[in-house]
Design a protein around this ligand. Structure first.
Ligand code: ATP
Length: 367
């Protein structure tokens, strides 16, 4: 399958807009790469340059190790799927799916056979004779997928292919699309602004902001060890807590993290102490995921922060506590508890709601 490499790619539009700013990115053979970022960050422009629909202003776009800047779109072995599906309204489902084969001169019989195979793999074998207007949104998206895979491309480019669908169908189709693409082993670049889509579907996620690539890694890497503060604040729901702290190293025996009115003390054998020790005397930002903070009873000894619960938010499978630990509101996420435990825990939190609480802090790194 096709590999992609962008080397120092920049796109400046004639009106001076820098849509893509010096981006370098590799997509391996068979990899599912998701480009994630807010509206206007340049994701679609990257995709369009890979497709050959837009020329880079500078830099190189390599396909299978060959410079492809001048290669016409039709010679790139690429299939694109767009958010509006772009189906031909006057053609039936079968004709829509078979259209790329017709263009490449495949005879009607093998064409019909291939269309039937693809349609049945996508669960739309029974609607081949219908027109797009007679289909549901999910079926239309499957037809668009069918038309993309029928020619066995080396690379899929998908631009927000699920954004016009309701949330239930999106969740269903994202599993379906990533399953199908992996089964076919086709390299894929998938653009979305939806982080749930990115984190659940991707082999690796590339996060962009204002044309600049911020971070690239597996979903676990970008979620757990974001490369920039922007990525830390952008990924995850609830968002990562970002706590400002001053660092003081005490005679190489422990590290004090001064968070405003209170401090955390990390013993020297704690790997986190050594991770922040070279910031002695400086202010840093500590990123702590809500799930890394556990509420504990007021008299719990050790590595604890005190805070006042402002409010609780129940989400069915988890509860979030918004806690003041001085200037910063911290979100505590209770996951993995049984319903009974949650109920008990929730009432304990409520009981403590107007008194000072202590929270065990398990900070997960410095940013
Ligand atoms: P969205 O999720 O809203 O589609 P995106 O991340 O895909 O956004 P792009 O469509 O790549 O972003 O646009 C990146 C920037 O380039 C935006 O500021 C956009 O306004 C600008 N832009 C896109 N196409 C053009 C164009 N033809 N001329 C000038 N500016 C453009």
């Amino acid at each position: 399958m096709t590999t992609v490499a962008l080397k120092d790619v920049t796109k400046v539009f004639p009106d001076g807009t820098v849509a893509v700013d010096n981006v370098s990115l590799d997509v391996a053979d068979g990899e599912f790469m998701v480009l994630l970022g807010p509206s206007g960050c340049g994701k679609s422009t990257v995709l369009r340059m890979v497709a050959g629909l837009e020329d880079p202003s500078s830099g190189a776009i390599m396909l299978d190790g060959q410079l492809a800047n001048q290669l016409p779109p039709r010679d790139r072995r690429i299939a694109m799927v767009f958010q509006d599906f772009a189906l031909y309204p006057h053609m039936t489902v079968g004709e829509n799916i078979g259209f790329p084969l017709r263009l490449s001169g495949i005879e009607p019989e093998p064409r019909a056979e291939r269309v039937a195979d693809v349609a049945s793999a996508l669960g739309i074998g029974d609607v081949l004779g219908r027109k797009p207007s007679q289909l549901s949104g999910g079926q239309r998206q499957r037809v668009a997928m069918g038309r993309a895979i029928v020619r066995r491309p080396g690379l899929f480019l998908m631009d927000e292919p699920l954004s016009n669908l309701d949330s239930g169908l999106r969740a269903e189709l994202r599993a379906e699309i990533s399953g199908l693409v992996r089964e076919l082993g086709v390299s894929t670049v998938y653009v979305t602004h939806d982080q749930a889509e990115a984190l659940t579907m991707a082999d690796r996620v590339a996060i962009m902001r204002k044309g600049v690539l911020q971070d690239v890694g597996t979903p676990t890497q970008v979620y757990g060890k974001p490369a920039t503060l922007y990525v830390a604040a952008f990924l995850g729901s609830p968002r990562m807590n970002l706590l400002e702290a001053s660092v003081y190293v005490h005679l190489d025996r422990y590290v004090q993290l001064n968070l405003g009115e209170q401090s955390l003390y990390l013993k020297w054998d704690d790997i986190r102490a050594r991770a922040v020790s070279h910031f002695h005397g400086e202010r840093i930002v500590i990123g702590v995921r809500a799930e890394a903070l556990t509420p504990v009873a007021p008299d719990t000894p050790g590595d604890v922060l005190q805070g006042r619960i402002r409010y609780l938010e129940h989400h069915g499978h988890e509860s979030l506590a918004f806690v003041d630990i001085g200037a910063t509101a911290v979100v505590v996420d209770e996951i993995g508890r049984s319903a009974a435990e949650q109920e008990e825990h929730g009432s304990r939190l409520r009981r403590f709601g107007h008194v000072i609480n202590r929270m065990k802090g398990r900070s997960n790194g410095a940013a």
